[in-house]
Ligand binder design. Structure first.
Ligand SMILES: NC(=O)c1ccc[n+]([C@@H]2O[C@H](COP(=O)([O-])OP(=O)(O)OC[C@H]3O[C@@H](n4cnc5c(N)ncnc54)[C@H](OP(=O)(O)O)[C@@H]3O)[C@@H](O)[C@H]2O)c1
Length: 265
């Protein structure tokens, strides 16, 4: 039995559960008998998913409708969880979005919202829930980073920087929690077939895309193991880890730019 199979009867909070990778995390955790709190803005989708998963797997699923890009949202989320009497064993920080384009032409409020969602709320929620996990000697935190976090990506400057933060933060937390009974993992998907590209734009990826199921399989197989971070897919792992370490800065930035800037491929 792997670590993820031992989560049965625990309670997981999955952010960004209304779509893509978050929906798949919810589905795979429900299949293992994990009760769920599902968080996102799309009430209809969360309610539909909650009713499907609870009837299919017999677990308790509670939707929480919240815009996590607001500065006070982790506080609001944890207050809601406290009011529900929820003791959170598993936190999946998955909600996030990317924007595509040069910063000089970008909407500053959208950039700030991106940092708040991808980084600020992730840190706030983790900080607020981790103490209880450590005190209880049991818990899991999965942070969804990205292969874009391994190097700078011109034309997706804010997004790649937020994911670099998530990678670094997760590695530090992994170190801090060793021996506490809390498992910490950063999952780094490469291009994955979700609604992500409806927001980021189709030009934000090159080559084939993996499935949310593959990403979540990779994460749940690695959770509780020896690694602080795992890249989904062998090709992605090679590019993210090897290429970004071996190439000098300037060619690396140019190659990353070419992979996302329209007309530069
Ligand atoms: N797809 C990829 O190629 C890829 C690659 C690497 C990393 N990732 C990462 O994977 C994670 C999940 O993305 P995905 O590919 O599954 O994309 P997705 O299908 O667009 O899902 C994004 C999820 O985040 C939620 N979300 C977005 N803004 C939110 C907000 N302000 N407040 C609350 N929830 C919000 C969305 O729900 P609502 O719209 O209902 O709020 C949705 O459930 C993200 O962190 C993304 O950066 C994706």
């Amino acid at each position: 039995m792997n670590y993820a199979d031992s989560l049965s009867s625990q309670l997981a909070v999955v952010t960004g559960a209304s779509s893509g990778i978050g929906t798949e995390f919810a589905r795979q955790l429900a299949r293992r008998g994990v009760d769920l709190v599902l968080v996102a803005r799309s009430q209809d989708r969360l309610e539909a998913l909650a009713s499907t998963l609870s009837s299919q797997y017999g677990v308790k699923v509670t939707p929480v409708v919240l815009d996590l890009s607001r500065p006070d949202s982790s506080e609001r989320l944890v207050r809601t969880l406290d009011e529900m009497g929820a003791v959170v064993d598993v936190l999946v920080n998955n909600a996030g979005f990317a924007s595509h384009g040069d910063l000089a032409a970008a909407d500053p409020e959208r950039m700030e919202a991106q940092v708040q969602l991808n980084v600020g709320t992730l840190v706030g929620t983790t900080t607020r829930l981790l103490r209880g996990m450590v005190e209880r000697g049991r818990g899991s935190v999965i942070n969804v980073a990205s292969t874009a976090g391994f190097q700078a990506v011109p034309h997706m400057a804010v997004y790649s920087a937020t994911k670099a933060f998530v990678l670094s933060f997760t590695r530090s937390l992994w170190g801090e929690t060793r021996g506490t009974g809390v498992a910490v993992l950063g999952i780094c998907p490469g291009a994955t077939d979700t609604a992500f590209f409806d927001v980021a734009g189709d030009n934000a990826s090159v080559g084939s895309r993996r499935t949310p199921q593959q990403v979540v399989d990779t994460a749940l197989s690695a959770l509780g193991g020896r690694k602080a971070t795992v890249v989904d897919g062998g090709g992605n792992a090679l590019v993210a880890r090897a290429v970004s370490r071996l190439l000098p800065e300037r060619p690396l930035i140019r190659i990353a730019e070419r992979s996302v800037r329209p007309g530069s491929r």
